[in-house]
Ligand binder design. Sequence first.
Ligand code: B12
Ligand code: SF4
Length: 504
Amino acid sequence: MNTSIQSRGKVVLFYPPYDGPPLGAPLSLLALAGTLREARFEVVLIDAAIQSRYLDRIAEECKSALCIGISVLTGPMIRGAIVAAQHVKRHAPHVTVIFGGWHPTLCPESTLREPYVDIVVRGQGEVTIVELAAALAAKHPLDLIAGISWKRDGRLIQNFDRRVQPIDTFAQPAFDLTDFDSYERVTGKRELAYATSVGCPYACNYCTDMVVYKRRFNAYDAGHVVAELTGLVQRYRITHVALLDSNFPVDLRRAIAITQGIVDSGVKFSWTFQASTDFICRMTQDEVQLLADSGVNYMGFGTESTSKTVLKMMNKRHQRVDEMYETARKASLAGIRVNFNLILGYPGETEADRLETFRTMSDIGNQFRNVRFSPNIFTPYPGIPIWPQLRELGVSEPQTLEDWENMPLGANLLPWLKSRELSRLNRMLEYFLLLNQARRRSSGDSFLKRLTTSLICNPIRWRLKASLFFFPWELWLSRFSEDIVKRRSLVTGAELPVESANVC
Ligand code: B12
Ligand code: SF4
């Protein structure tokens, strides 16, 4: 064998099971695999979404591995990460367990305190994982590796931060490691999760994007995106691309050049992205039509509220109500579906603010049939800038990794949403969703559904106007004819389990 291409060691990468419908291969781990392979490490990627006996596979692969890297988001995904890490400690104790991703980045100390976690990687992982794997392979000290937290003799050590690096300096994510057929079997779709950028210039108080990416939009140029994306679509017969960018059209010229490039390539696929409404409003109607012509069939917006006071408290002044209407209108003319995410129960929000949001959003839904809504009760995720205020308001912050896993993704954490107010809010919410769902009735629906619609729409409108929600007969009646869709993914618009909350 030619020693110049001999592997420097094996790195196992694991994506634990998560709530909700699977969304293609995890780009976080494909990105790490790209730079690791470039540095001549062998990579094995295990995604619980498609691998049924993943613990057995982890144990098997770890026998000959240097380390295992586990990607973790806050919430139920932590459970799978813990189980896998403990499994590795039992079956392959020589293997270093590395946790990375958003949760460990935001809570490095509480993550590292667990005996089954050896190292935490904070922030972007492409370069850090290579430096780590190289140090582990050569048994070198870890003191000079930026962006990690680790343990020496049981003591937690926090190395200095790694600066955010331009994404176009990294090797291409290892898309070829994706078993598209397996994902298709599980999801029924031939889908690619892809990012053209990271970071968002805004600083909403409930979002951690700025904590990690420091408000710097960091993107591939349009030519790179068009060539890579259309190439991948053709090579793997992809029919849908879900862009994972936090705010895709921040650089409008780039966004339009990408769109034009996709049209010019003649490669056909549908695609979706998340954005803030101000950027769509800055596009001309022709440009929004170009999005549709290139295959965009859905856009997700974190509109959150229509109360100016609440938007101000969220530090979200860029999200204007008139621009929500304008975005809905432009997308409607172009035939693009839109999802408006709403956050309810934000600290400082009054019932009047809530009602204003329900009424205005109902009006938008009434005028534009392409708009759907995904309302969530505010969830205090780790590291969000508003935490000092939350602590003052009596929200108790989970202290351990397991506490964060068990964090209810809902209202029970919020002292200002006590039981009566919470049930009133939930009832308003159901009315709001029912009204918007009922409006969408078409002649193809069952007689029972159409009958329910004709009976309930006006009374619900009256309730939202009068703010009276007692004796909810419309909700009881509707239960005979349908399930109300409560939550949708902001990334794809797909229905989500009821327990999930907030962004994304
Ligand atoms: C895609 C996505 C998902 C997908 C991921 C699955 C998939 N197959 O891709 C799914 C559907 C699982 C998901 C779910 C949720 N998500 Co989400 N999601 C995203 C999104 C849009 C993109 C993530 C991504 O892939 N980026 C591209 C890659 C390249 O970047 P990355 O993931 O950050 O990975 C880099 C680093 O983090 C690091 N890294 C990551 N993993 C690892 C592992 C190791 C070992 C190392 C060394 C480094 C490392 O290196 C990578 C390369 O630089 C982000 C927003 C965003 N724009 O980033 C939100 C985001 C990550 N999600 C978020 C939230 C809130 C959620 C939910 C809690 C929402 C909900 N209530 O349902 C759930 C949690 C699910 C659960 N616990 O069960 C928050 C983060 C919250 C948090 N504290 O974890 C984000 C940041 C959105 C936001 N702005 O608030 N999400
Ligand atoms: S919520 Fe959306 S607009 Fe606000 S900072 Fe996060 S990604 Fe940007």
